[in-house]
Design a protein around this ligand. Structure first.
Ligand SMILES: Nc1ncnc2c1ncn2[C@@H]1O[C@H](COP(=O)(O)OP(=O)(O)OP(=O)(O)O)[C@@H](O)[C@H]1O
Length: 720
């Protein structure tokens, strides 16, 4: 304890000594620089000022390093501001007023030193409170670095549209050049009117003004058109790329991501990415070229006033930086809230029948309203931040205008400018001020908009966890399926194993029925056989080869599933039966529909196989949808057919017909999940699943004779 106190006291003494030495060195150098004989000429004077300031800065930094070891970035900034501020002040006074600076006079040197020390400490305090050197700031820098990389990637994606972009940039430059000369000729007209009026000069000034205005309008129109074409082509391309990548993702991905978020990426983020980046580049380039041109014209009119005007730039940059940080944070929160609200709305629309039958309309409207309120609160905060920002920006601009008019009047009186020059200068200045603010804004906004690009790229780059890279496509497939020691838990619920050490053999030409209490993992076996998920342990073999080595298209043609909830897509019945198949004749379609007992009801429809089924097959009954789904599976002539609880929505007649048709394919491996005893009894092998394992296996008679779990299950069904 005593040792720690002693170490603390010694550290404080050490720092105090370092501070006192730094102040002594600084005062010595400061007074020494003021006592030097003033050189003749403005340039020599300015050179001496800046050399002395740099020497002070280096000396102070070295003394601090020697005394304290490592010095913080904050201290570096304080030293830099403290050492360079008198030189900045002197330069401004010398250039603008040609006056000897206050700091130059020996008597005022102490006051000047104190002022620069106070100002540097105040600036450091301001910097610390607004832009702290915290982890957040470091993260911000890293984010900006990432944003730059993303921005370059967006630009590379624009490659097919480079000719359009190039055309846009050419017209943009033309428009800017023409625009730049308009204030110049306005000033000229005022000088002609104010001095000796000469008709020819007046006419030529007006003619040039008209020509430049026309050139700027035509070029601006061409620029806009070309860039919009590039944006729309780009957005389309990115959407297709993103959609393609999304459809390749494993099912677990869709279970962990909200639908609203995916649709937001597809619709809003892709559009934002294309529009904002391209439009921002357009504005950035236009503003940059214009600003540079205008600054050179302003320099021509009065370089002193130009320097004064440019002093506004760092202040604007600082204000913009603070605004961007706050606004960006609110924008992200807003995007998340909007995704939640969209999700609530789309969930209700897609499940409107359930909402209506449970009389939950008011509850849903309230839920949606609550989410909208969150958005509204965020929007108000965003608007307030924007209002404060606009106010500060305007105040800075106005302050600068007042200063410019004051010095402009001095320069006209001293004959350094004409009134026309000042008018041209004012016109340029208001444009340059706006442009500099726009430049600062656009840089920030561009970084924000590439945030949307980042999210889009995140999905485009995502590698599906169930790899679709297999390429096995054997000529002949028998359809023998082996589940080997499978262990599996759903990604959404990794701590709850559904299957454990699960092994099962499905033979060609045989029907296997999976039975068991609800929630024991029957449908999970089907999902694994379809490669929707990858088991954590063990593997599934098809004809002795792991499922993952088969080509994706081949596998899903040879292994077909009919689920308990048939899903149809909007389009005709024919489209739904041939879904995912490139070429399929009408005969094949009709054959499959006959086997599925669907042909008769389809024939009765006015448009037959061309009848539209509506969104999600909403214009058909559940049994009709189920039969079309069976036809869709059968038309592929699969080697392995899986029927997951299909009999629940089929009447007895349909069931019999379908089962008779299925018995016609003697080589097919048939896996049936069923609860109805009539279906189960006919199976060659019945497998009872319990506790994630195969509990019992055998024919109906064998299992009944065992009087085990299967026997109890059947007894219970009979009792029900
Ligand atoms: N996508 C999923 N994410 C997380 N857990 C799931 C998912 N699907 C199913 N489960 C869980 O896995 C277990 C097995 O479900 P499964 O659908 O395979 O049962 P089942 O035997 O087919 O039931 P049923 O006879 O009612 O159709 C259940 O506890 C279920 O809650």
């Amino acid at each position: 304890m005593r040792m720690r106190m002693a170490a603390g006291i010694s550290r404080v003494i050490h720092r105090a000594v370092a501070l006192v030495s730094a102040i002594c060195v600084d005062l010595l150098l400061f007074y020494a620089s003021r006592s030097l004989v003033a050189p003749r000429g403005v340039s020599a004077h300015l050179l001496r000022l800046w050399v002395c300031a740099s020497v002070r800065c280096v000396a102070l930094t070295s003394v601090s390093r020697l005394g304290l070891g490592d010095i913080t970035p904050l201290l570096v900034r304080v030293i830099a501001v403290h050492s360079l501020l008198p030189a900045v002040f002197d330069t401004g006074a010398t250039v603008l007023l040609r006056a000897e600076s206050q700091c130059g006079r020996r008597a005022d040197a102490r006051c000047c030193w104190l002022l620069s020390t106070g100002a540097s400490l105040a600036a450091a305090l301001f910097w610390e409170t607004t832009l702290p050197d915290s982890d957040e700031a470091a993260a911000g820098k890293e984010k900006k670095q990432k944003a730059r990389v993303l921005f370059m990637r967006v630009l590379r994606l624009y490659r097919p549209d480079y000719p359009l972009l190039l055309g846009g940039v050419v017209f943009l430059s033309l428009a800017v050049i023409c625009e730049m000369f308009i204030p110049f000729y306005t000033g000229r007209v005022i000088d002609i009117l104010g001095g000796q009026y000469q008709l020819n000069e007046f006419r030529s000034a007006l003619l040039f003004m008209g020509l430049f205005s026309l050139g700027s309008s035509v070029s601006a129109g061409m620029r806009g058109g070309l860039l919009l074409c590039a944006i729309s082509a780009f957005t389309c391309r990115v959407k297709v790329k993103l959609f393609g990548s999304l459809t390749k993702q494993e099912i677990g991905f869709f279970e962990s991501i909200k639908t609203g978020e995916i649709t937001h990426r597809l619709s809003k983020d892709t559009t934002l990415m294309g529009r904002t980046v391209c439009l921002n580049v357009n504005v950035l380039l236009r503003t940059f070229i214009k600003t540079m041109g205008m600054i050179s014209l302003m320099m021509n009119l009065s370089w002193k006033l130009t320097l004064l005007v440019l002093m506004e730039t760092p202040i604007t940059g600082l204000i913009q930086n603070i605004y961007d940080t706050h606004y960006q944070r609110l924008s992200l929160a807003m995007q998340a809230s909007m995704a939640l609200a969209n999700e609530a709305a789309s969930e209700v629309v897609s499940s409107i029948r359930v909402v209506r039958s449970f009389n939950a309309e008011k509850h849903e409207a309230r839920r949606y309203g609550d989410r909208l309120k969150d958005i509204q609160a965020l929007k108000s905060r965003q608007d307030t931040v924007r209002a404060v920002y606009l106010l500060t920006r305007r105040m800075t601009g106005l302050g600068m205008q007042v200063l410019m008019l004051y010095y402009g009047r001095l320069f006209i009186r001293s004959g350094q400018m004409t009134t026309g020059n000042l008018v041209s200068f004012i016109l340029y200045q208001s444009d340059v001020g706006d442009n500099i603010r726009t430049l600062a804004y656009i840089v920030g906004d561009m970084l924000n908009s590439v945030g949307a690009a980042g999210k889009v790229f995140e999905y485009i780059d995502r590698k599906p966890q169930v790899s679709p890279d297999g390429n096995l496509k054997p000529e002949h497939l028998t359809g023998r399926v082996s589940f080997r020691c499978l262990s599996f838990a759903y990604p959404a619920n990794p701590n709850k194993p559904v299957l454990q050490d699960f092994s099962l053999e499905l033979k060609p030409g045989r029907m296997t029925a999976l039975v068991g209490p609800s929630g024991e993992g029957k449908s999970t076996c089907v999902s694994l056989l379809e490669r929707f998920y990858e088991p954590q342990d063990g593997e599934i073999l098809l004809d002795g080869e792991p499922l993952k080595s088969y080509d994706h298209r081949f596998l899903h043609k040879k292994v077909a599933v009919v689920n308990q909830d048939p899903v149809l897509f909007s389009g005709s019945i024919r489209d739904n039966i041939t879904y995912g198949l490139a070429d399929c004749s009408l005969d094949e379609i009709q054959e499959a529909a006959r086997k599925a007992n669907a042909h008769d009801f389809i024939k009765l429809m006015v448009k037959g196989y061309d009848t539209e089924v509506g969104e999600g097959g909403g214009q058909l009954s559940k049994s009709e949808k189920q039969r079309i789904a069976i036809a869709r599976a059968l038309v592929r002539q699969p080697q392995v057919l899986i029927l997951d609880e299909i009999t629940s929505s089929l009447d007895n007649d349909s069931q019999n017909k379908v089962q008779r048709a299925l018995a016609d394919g003697p080589d097919q491996t048939l896996l049936v999940i069923a609860h109805k005893l009539e279906t189960i009894e006919k199976a060659d092998q019945i497998v009872l699943i319990g506790g994630g394992k195969v509990e019992e296996r055998g024919t109906h008679q064998e299992l009944m004779d065992m009087k085990g779990s299967y026997y109890k299950l059947v007894e219970r069904r009979f009792a029900e």
